[in-house]
Design a protein around this ligand. Structure first.
Ligand SMILES: [Zn+2]
Length: 87
């Protein structure tokens, strides 16, 4: 079932289970987790991670499982560059 009309719940946590992730989008629960410790040296990266995970939600809402995660990351990278007028 699509979460298109439902805003994602965003949780801020200190770190992921493996400690390396910056953020994650969980489609089944429509939840975004943002991990703060990896961002401790750069606040703009925190905002970029929030945008990155929101793009995951939007792409999932529109495309479902049509594209794989590598294609999704390529698209997100282009959207992030476009957002900063770099494309
Ligand atoms: Zn990602």
């Amino acid at each position: 079932m699509s979460n298109f009309t439902t805003p994602a719940l965003m949780d801020f946590k200190f770190q992921s289970h493996d400690g390396d992730d910056y953020g994650e989008y969980f489609e089944t629960t429509n939840r975004i987790a943002i991990y703060l410790i990896p961002h401790s040296e750069c606040i703009p990266n925190l905002l970029a991670t929030i945008t990155h995970e929101l793009f995951h939600k939007l792409i999932t809402d529109f495309e479902g499982d049509v594209i794989d995660i590598e294609q999704e990351h390529t698209l997100i990278k282009k959207l992030m560059w476009f957002e900063q007028d770099l494309v």
